[in-house]
Design a protein around this ligand. Structure first.
Ligand code: NAD
Length: 498
């Protein structure tokens, strides 16, 4: 049993973005449910912390197999709640299945107690442990409703914690399905509890109960939660928004760069924190790149469907469609040029919007600097690599970047102020490298998921130092002055050691 039985009387009605029909109705949790779940989670966590890491890891390995085996059911649920194309939903399934296995393989090594040099050789035996923080709160958005809850939860559990998961109100059934799979993989009861409901109501209750909060969502909500966590002095990690740049340098394979841009800008209908919204293209390849890009974008198949014949799905909600349209309409009214797309498509479904490419975007347009979080790409011509780097860095965000170049990728990456750089790929290479960290600089967030950071943040480092034979104080009749002389000699000797 993973879902709480809520005590509140309010309900969540989840509608399908494809056509507005009802996917399901469930009772929303209230603050008192959070308190009850926290008590239950803390009780379960005590026993879980004693389970060897290798055994915890086996649950995650089984989970990876189950995710693949049940992929059709997962894909149907994700698509129904979000309206995304099946291929975009499949990226979540593949990502979750692979990530949990990578985490499971790495966790025993990363969590192993480590001998450290003690205060004095021989006299002090020092070991550093990674203790679980206890109870982890995880708040997730609707855009990746399966892989974000699964992967964050897997890391928190591997570290020995219990989890309270609050999914977005648009995608609670996907989160409940994920919890069902954890249980089927052998996770003991009480360690993962799903609390569907409004963020504003449940957020403060969650912060009041947990020992660490992992949040994925908007920068605005991230700020609010970070301040609440600071008040309680608990750890906080926030994966927030982005306005991610792509650089096409003069030595790039233009056709491959255009194809990569299309994937990076329009996968998940552009509702991807690491998706590309700005392209800076060196003059030498600008015309060829733009022609190729527009041809490829125009060939994308847009539609509602649970089969594989669609490239780009619906936006998730009316709010999303309105924000995208507002950015494009404002840019066009101020003089931007639409090279592809640029229209809502109510004939396909209530929230559809065409993959859109614009040029002539200027500083006075909201599209220039604000995150659109939709299928809209602005293309800019630049005179040099230096200009491309400077303009890419000229943002309050710093999440992901993509560099297309035959030779210059790693060098340019070193100059970009972002958490991940994909060279000759748009977003999937860095994101899918689950053993390496992922996250953002600036207003894109704080902390990291994936890799060692993603696991160890859910632990409290504890140093245990055992003193033997002599105390670290005057001993054996030495007075303070004699002890100070001895200690000075000892420190001098230690400092001469290589
Ligand atoms: P949002 O911040 O409105 O909502 C995200 C989650 O927070 C939801 O579960 C929501 O119910 C909850 N929430 C809302 N207000 C809350 C509050 N006051 N207290 C506690 N919880 C609250 O975000 P959104 O607009 O739905 O999601 C899109 C945003 O998420 C975009 O900005 C996108 O870039 C970002 N995002 C980032 C990543 C990443 O890894 N960096 C991944 C996915 C999405």
């Amino acid at each position: 049993m993973c879902a709480m039985t809520p005590t509140s009387t309010s309900q969540l009605r989840v509608r399908r973005p494809f056509d507005g029909s009802v996917h399901g109705i469930l009772a929303a949790s209230g603050p008192e449910d959070v308190q009850a779940a926290a008590a239950r989670g803390r009780e379960a966590q005590v026993a879980w912390a004693r389970v060897p890491v290798r055994e915890r890891a086996r649950v995650m390995t089984r989970l990876g197999r189950l995710v693949l085996a049940q992929r059709d059911r997962i894909l149907d649920t994700i698509q129904s709640e979000t309206g995304k194309a099946r291929l975009s939903a499949f990226e979540e399934v593949a990502d979750a299945a692979r990530a949990v296995r990578v985490f499971a393989q790495a966790a025993p090594g990363l969590l192993r107690p480590a001998r450290r040099p003690g205060a004095f050789p021989v006299l002090t035996r020092t070991v550093e442990y990674h203790r679980p923080v206890g109870l982890v709160g995880i708040i997730t958005p609707w855009n990746y409703p399966f892989t974000l809850p699964v992967t964050d939860t897997a890391h928190a559990l591997l570290a020995g914690n219990a989890v309270l998961l609050k999914p977005d109100s648009q995608s609670p059934f996907t989160a409940l399905l994920a919890a069902e799979l954890f249980a089927a993989a052998g996770l003991p009861e009480g360690l993962l509890q799903v609390l569907p409901g409004a963020g504003r109501t449940l957020g403060p209750a969650l912060v009041a109960e947990v020992d660490y909060l992992m949040f994925t969502g908007s920068t605005q909500t991230g700020r609010t939660l970070a301040a609440q966590c600071a008040e309680r002095l608990i750890g906080f990690s926030g994966e927030l928004g982005g306005k991610n740049p792509l650089l096409v340098l003069a030595d790039a394979d233009v056709r491959a760069a255009a194809a990569g841009t299309v994937r990076a800008a329009f996968a998940n209908t552009g509702q991807l924190c690491i998706s590309i919204e700005r392209a800076y293209v060196e003059s030498a390849v600008y015309d060829a790149y733009v022609a190729e890009l527009v041809a490829q974008v125009s060939a994308l198949r847009l539609g509602a469907g649970y089969d594989w014949a669609v490239d780009v799905g619906s936006l998730a909600s009316a709010g999303q469609r309105e924000k995208v349209a507002a950015h494009v309409d404002d840019a066009v009214a101020r003089g931007a040029t639409v090279l592809a797309g640029g229209r809502a498509r109510p004939d396909l479904g209530p929230f559809f919007y065409e993959p859109t490419v614009l040029t002539g975007v200027t500083e006075d347009m909201a599209l220039c600097r604000d995150e659109t979080f939709g299928p809209v790409l602005s293309v800019y011509r630049v005179a040099s690599e230096d200009e491309a780097v400077a303009r890419a860095n000229d943002s309050r965000y710093g999440l992901n970047a993509s560099v297309w170049s035959a030779r210059r990728g790693p060098e340019v990456a070193a100059r970009l102020r972002v958490g991940t750089v994909n060279v000759n790929e748009g977003y999937a290479a860095a994101w899918g490298s689950h053993a390496a960290s992922m996250g953002g600089a600036g207003e894109s967030g704080i902390g990291r998921r994936h890799g060692s950071h993603g696991l160890l943040k859910y632990t409290e480092p504890q140093t245990v130092a055992e003193q033997r034979l002599f105390p670290i104080a005057p001993f054996g009749g030495l007075d303070n002055a004699g002890y100070a002389t001895l200690l000075a000699r000892a420190v001098g000797l230690l400092n001469r050691l290589p």
